[in-house]
Write a protein that binds this ligand. Sequence first.
Ligand code: SF4
Ligand code: SF4
Length: 125
Amino acid sequence: MAYVITRLCVDCLDQGCVEVCPVECIYEVKQAAPPERPNMLYIHPTECINCGACEPECPWHAIFEDRELPDVFAGDQALNAQTEEQPKLFRVASPHRDAEGRLQPKVRPTADDVRLNRKRWDDKL
Ligand code: SF4
Ligand code: SF4
């Protein structure tokens, strides 16, 4: 079992999950990665210790346990697994900080923002 970041993270990337992960197992794509690689974060399935700390931190509700993935995001488990299969394409994500080293404040989405983001991927909503 591991946690999975879904495409609901695409272009959101506020990195709240990264700030709380105790084992630094959340990755981002390197610039040299193929352009079709989604602009999102990824959880390394073997390094993840299944602590669950990241899931409630995600304001976009983009993180799920693998066994609870909605069908529409089932393919995202394989996307996350690429961190293990193709490690050269990824690097550990770091929290966004300002020049003084303080964590950047987060833009909190509204409930409508979250719903509309999900609708981008799940047209049944
Ligand atoms: S479940 Fe825990 S270990 Fe796994 S990615 Fe989330 S915070 Fe990190
Ligand atoms: S907290 Fe959610 S939206 Fe933000 S980077 Fe992590 S998975 Fe993506």
